[in-house]
Design a protein around this ligand. Structure first.
Ligand code: DX5
Ligand code: ZN
Length: 223
């Protein structure tokens, strides 16, 4: 497994009225900005419409990792890639034609990723492995920040890691990642970590990103 760790802060719980400032606080120490897009249909919460999201993508000093929690995502996903998101993640529960959607994302030069809600099994998606640049295993029910990390998802993380094998595919976890939980997720095989409230509720968000990275980097991996 690659020993590279990526920390991708989510701005869901940041001060959205001062977004530029919030992003600046973490931009020098983070790998990507994780942008949670919710449509109040796929999940019971709304965050950004496409026009606001593209403004953020264009103005962000950090490359954007767009996590699309929206229904009928096939055509929307490619718009995010065209708008310049470095990575675009679609939920398998929301997409109709996975293969062509992933292909369309990649054709714009973006990384293509699939996300799985807690109840969704990963084995059915091994057939798309050559079309995928990242798997996102949700460690909470998508919709809100600040929820409790679901340790029981670690079995799925392990299974995904073994499916990935030697391929250079990233394995992201999202939900409840903090200094208390990041080691558990790293041990199970995750290498890319979303952290929302842990980072933005901290007095020094940049320092928290550094601490999370240090903790993940020093974690001993399962054999
Ligand atoms: C949940 C979102 C997450 C979440 C992360 O639907 O995808 O990105 O807001 O926030 P924390 O780290 O607070 O769980
Ligand atoms: Zn997310």
């Amino acid at each position: 497994m690659s020993s590279e760790i990526r920390i991708t802060p989510s701005i869901l719980n940041a001060d959205l009225d001062n977004l530029n400032h919030e992003i600046e606080r973490i931009s020098k120490v983070s790998d990507y900005l994780h942008l949670d897009v919710m449509d109040d249909v796929f999940v019971p919460n709304f965050t950004f419409d496409f026009s606001r999201a593209s403004e953020i993508i264009k103005s962000s000093p950090l490359a954007v990792d767009a996590h699309l929690m929206v229904s009928n995502v096939d055509s929307i996903a490619v718009q995010y890639a065209e708008a310049g998101a470095a990575s675009v993640t679609v939920h398998v529960e929301a997409v109709s034609n996975i293969r062509s959607t992933l292909k369309n994302i990649r054709s714009q030069g973006s990384r293509a990723a699939i996300a799985l809600k807690p109840a969704t099994d990963v084995s059915a998606y091994s057939e798309f492995i050559d079309e995928v640049d990242m798997f996102l295993i949700m460690t909470v029910e998508p919709g809100f920040g600040g929820q409790k990390f679901m340790t029981e998802m670690m079995e799925k993380v392990r299974r995904t890691r073994s499916m990935i094998g030697a391929r250079p595919i990233w394995l992201q976890v999202d939900g409840g990642i903090s200094l208390e939980t990041i080691e558990i997720a790293r041990e199970a095989g995750a290498d890319t970590f979303v952290a929302g409230s842990a980072v933005f509720n901290s007095d020094d968000p940049a320092e928290m990103v550094n601490l999370l990275r240090a903790k993940a980097s020093s974690t001993k991996l399962e054999p």
